[in-house]
Design a binder for this molecule. Sequence first.
Ligand code: DGT
Ligand code: CA
Ligand code: CA
Length: 572
Amino acid sequence: MPIHNREIATKLNRLANLLEIEGANSFRVRAYRKAASTVRGYPRSMSDMLDDGENLSKLPNIGDDLAEKIQTMVMTGELPLLQEVEDRTPPALSELMKIEGLGPKRVRKLYEELDIQSLNDLEEAIKAGKVQKISGFGNKSAEKIKLRLEKYSGNEQRTRLIDAEEIAAPLLDYLKDAKGIGNIIIAGSYRRRKETVGDLDILITAKDSSPVMNHFIRYDDVEEVVSKGETRSTVYLRSGMQVDVRVVPEESYGAAKIYFTGSKAHNIALRKLGTKKGYKINEYGVFEDNERIAGETEESVYECIDRKYIEPELRENRGELDAAADGSLPRLITLSDIRGNLHTHTKASDGHHSLKEMAKAAEKLGYEYLAITEHSRSLSIASGLDRDQLSRHLDEIDELNAQLENIVLLKSSEVDILEDGRLDYPDDILKKLDFTVCAIHQKFDLSRKKQTERILRAMDNPYFHVLAHPSGRLINERDPYDTNLEKILEAAKERGCFIELNAQPQRLDLTDEGCKMAKDMGVRISIASDAHSTSDLKHMRCGIDQARRGWLEVKDVINCLPRNQLLELFKR
Ligand code: DGT
Ligand code: CA
Ligand code: CA
């Protein structure tokens, strides 16, 4: 089987991470990450392209050296430099990165400042209160790390949801061909649309499980069969992903869906409610004195404990069971509620397509408006527009708007927030825009206090509208910068600013918890794909997943508004 683009990207990212832990030159680290992201998102497979005799170095972010490395990976499946770096890195350091929330920067800090080289060291240091004292950590994040350490079983590698989808789709297609199969669904954190998944939990109904299990373990991509049984089998795929398959009888499908969708915390709370009413709830149904009284559908199980159906994204035991009892469950936002996209790039800065191509693609999605947000010209972003370039760009938007019938392009910019909190364009430029999307692109290492202040100062500017990718994190790649989100949200509320939920699948920034916090504090969200190409516009759906996990409804999201009402909001 040829190597997937995803596997190449994973190796390049891993190389970048290990080099970053070592303290390698940041340009070099970034070069590998950018290459990884190019490969991951590229529509054609590297191995096909090489077969066709194409030169990989013509791809963005891929030079001769990287083209050669990719070719080696395609031919041998290995990246020798990665092996070299792996050999000289203490294995426990890369192990530390498997803990959610610990990226290479933080691992390096822990190693340098506290000589932490293993999970054990880390646990001890948290107990001793040492981690809490390092800048960038604090009590809260130490507490979170502690919880995750407790959960961590040692070989768990969490996979971004979008990558899990790419692995799951062909497997699901394959499984559907098994003999005697009834229903099939991917349950677990995947169904809850969590930003990363630990493994895939596939639930199948069938009268006879043997043919299903036999078919499953013969899947081409299986690397190792961990266990094979009548009701449950587990394998590892070549990507390292663990897959659990469970087979239950048809009449238990609803109860089993609830059980295997989780979360565990939701299930435990649900079972307690059952016990209170004298019922036993498990994956086979709801039982009263050993008699099955429900379980064929999920609704039937929730009904037994006097609850309305709860959407999978909400099942985290964060208040959803109470809300389902008193009718206050949110009516979660869906993709079709979105009327436009407020963060996109074209060729004018670092995007791949023209204004017109982006406009046409957005029109096809049924959007009423599309904001073009090229970068401002700051020190860190060479691709940004200076005053004259922006001015010409805005003229082009006017010209194109005169031709477009079903969609309006909004004039905006992704304005860099400078270290002292000033915006990267003067007011006389900013006032020509319909609104701004403002973001941090450099100086990620400021203290929590300074970083928070920086954003609050920026929000003082009356031309500040939306705070883009508010934490700067890249899932599994870059830690968030240290800020006080509650303070930022308070300030946004006071000043009439909005917070972005960046829908790029590797960002998903705000987190689900951040979304819920914003909603509870009355700060509205822009869900935006930060598209750099026409196909990136589709990532809106990843933002919708995250928004739903954050309890967001139509009223909480500004790009569910018609254009006129939206523009009203930007009059501060
Ligand atoms: P993951 O894989 O770490 O992203 O998270 P999940 O939620 O997919 O967890 P996983 O794969 O360990 O288990 C799948 C579901 O099975 C989980 O969401 C709830 C259920 N489950 C697993 N273990 C237990 C348990 O000990 N008690 C209960 N009530 N449910 C469990
Ligand atoms: Ca799972
Ligand atoms: Ca599992």
